[in-house]
Design a protein around this ligand. Structure first.
Ligand SMILES: [Zn+2]
Length: 240
């Protein structure tokens, strides 16, 4: 990876060149580190110069994400732990029952996982049950929200796919298919809506141009807040 030395610290960065990029863009995130996306043909030395120029700011952001990482709850699937559901921390209750199968439900503000006694402390089984439940819920809820905003924005996807992904919250391709991450169910409802609106807006503008953002903001005026939430919670993508 290319790197730049700033204030005695090496900043490593990744370069992404695609035809879609019209400008040079520098992003810093907890998960991906420093990324520079640029149009084809921009010389490496220009990107290097840009990273150097923004060095102090990048170090500041990296430190911010390092701090967040330290505070991050590493959730474990055991009784009394807390999990994030629709942006709210909920207590996890793990209860044994006589049935030879598992069941997850949101009851009285708590997430209850019922399993046969032998699985009470089996984190693998418990996490599988939890994510299976999230996935089923996401299939309904995310489609419902796409339907809602499709009507409002007059933009309908050819197909919606709900997936478990560890890289992104959503995407849209040239065929008009929208792909949403089931982990969005962990985010607050307004963040889910922002991602839905963002992907629907790509049906008209398959880029991140000014026109694209204008369309997003028309339907989601506080998109900046939601974007920040996602940026600060990228760790959710990696939770297992
Ligand atoms: Zn986008």
């Amino acid at each position: 990876m290319p790197h730049v030395r700033v204030k005695g610290t090496d900043i490593e960065y990744r370069v992404l060149k695609t035809r879609l990029n019209r400008y040079i863009r520098l992003t810093v995130s907890g998960k991906d580190g420093v990324r520079v996306s640029a149009p084809w043909g921009v010389p490496e030395r220009d990107l290097h110069a840009m990273v150097r120029e923004k060095g102090a700011w990048i170090l500041d952001r990296l430190e911010h994400f390092r701090q967040l990482e330290l505070q991050q709850p590493r959730w474990t699937f055991s009784d009394g732990q807390r999990v994030l559901i629709m942006g709210e921390w909920r207590t996890l209750r793990i209860i044994s029952w006589e049935w030879n199968a598992g069941k997850v439900a949101l009851e009285g503000g708590e997430v209850i996982i019922r399993v046969p006694f032998r699985f009470l402390r089996d984190e693998k089984v418990l996490s599988q049950l939890f994510y299976k439940w999230i996935r089923r819920w996401a299939e309904q809820e995310l489609r419902r929200r796409v339907g809602l905003f499709s009507g409002q924005m007059k933009l309908a996807p050819a197909r919606i796919t709900v997936r478990a992904q560890r890289s992104k919250w959503g995407s849209c391709n040239a065929e008009g298919n929208i792909n949403l991450n089931m982990r969005l169910m962990l985010a607050p409802p307004e963040v889910i809506d922002y991602v839905v609106i963002h992907e629907l807006a790509h049906l008209r503008e398959l880029n991140h141009s000014k026109r694209f953002w204008a369309l997003v903001e028309q339907h989601c005026p506080d998109s900046r807040t939601q974007k920040n939430w996602l940026r600060e919670h990228t760790w959710l993508l990696e939770m297992s």
